[in-house]
Design a protein around this ligand. Sequence first.
Ligand code: GLY
Length: 364
Amino acid sequence: MSRSVAIVGGGVIGTSIAWQAARRGWRVRLYDPQFAASPTSIASASWVAGGMLAPLSEGWPGEDDVLALGSASLDLWPEFGGALEAATGLELFTSSSSLTVALDTADAQDLETIAEWVTAQGRELRILSRSEVRDCEPSLGRGVRMGLLSEAERAVDNRLLLSALRSSAASEGVECVGESVSDVDALEADQVVIAAGTGSATLWPGLPVRPVKGEILRLRTRPGVTPPPTRTIRASVHGRACYLVPRADGIVVGATQYESADTQVTVAGVRNLIADAETLIPALGEYELHETSAGLRPMSPDNLPLIGRLSDRVIAATGHGRNGILLTPVTAAAVVALLDGSELGEAAAADPSRFRLKERELSR
Ligand code: GLY
């Protein structure tokens, strides 16, 4: 008789674990009340996300573990995404590189710092001059002074990813249950995985995961408008992080960041995102404002997720903050290793025991 696992949370993290565990012979039940909702009413982080895979250009001196984990996952993406594409026929990757641009001297200095540090860690980033940036992406505005090119940082369509994971999991026999779970002890399974994003702390009190709200826009091209950039574009505009992620039909513009737990889209959030995006690419004003949405990032205190055992029966796979899509392959690999009684060295820094959870919180 095969062993059983109950996974709580049907976003990209929970569904990828379900898919991989089922492939390895586990009987899998995946719980999420949103299986019963229509896709457009879903406000989960996986549905709202931008889909950029940018651990190198978001690197910063001192954040060694964050860079190492993100890079390990980036390296897994071609095979992970390729397998999903082959299984489903969906085209998941929407760009193959990223370009971070500087609008002032301080930004330019930051890009030099990132390039130097990331290169010293054995990863490649290239500084581009103003004219090289404009040759790469002619639609960029005149205020751009310098760029940082990462040839390895792709982007994926997060919604197609969710769909590909769900159909691949179903093909492997994963049973999707459209119910919410409030007590992991009540689940009938040999093992339990908590992958419930911001809901994880209610399932395991003491888990340090909090909601951080983000608003995001989806723009569509219109006949005759300037085509979107071919790369993911990132920048700091008036001190606010802004990114533009290509899609087959337009571009995703993200994202605001607030310590808040609501998912209402605000006037100020949309205004700032549009203004910042137009600073980067002036022609975006001609695009269709197709969708505005807000989601809740499950943030941990130190920018690393929580991936590891909480007890002999329960595993955490949560707290991915701004990097859930990026960290999907490495999280799935790490959790499947734990289910099989081993460990993935690359995920060691994400072990929840680093927070010294109290005895009662660690094993129930
Ligand atoms: N993944 C980027 C963000 O959360 O804004």
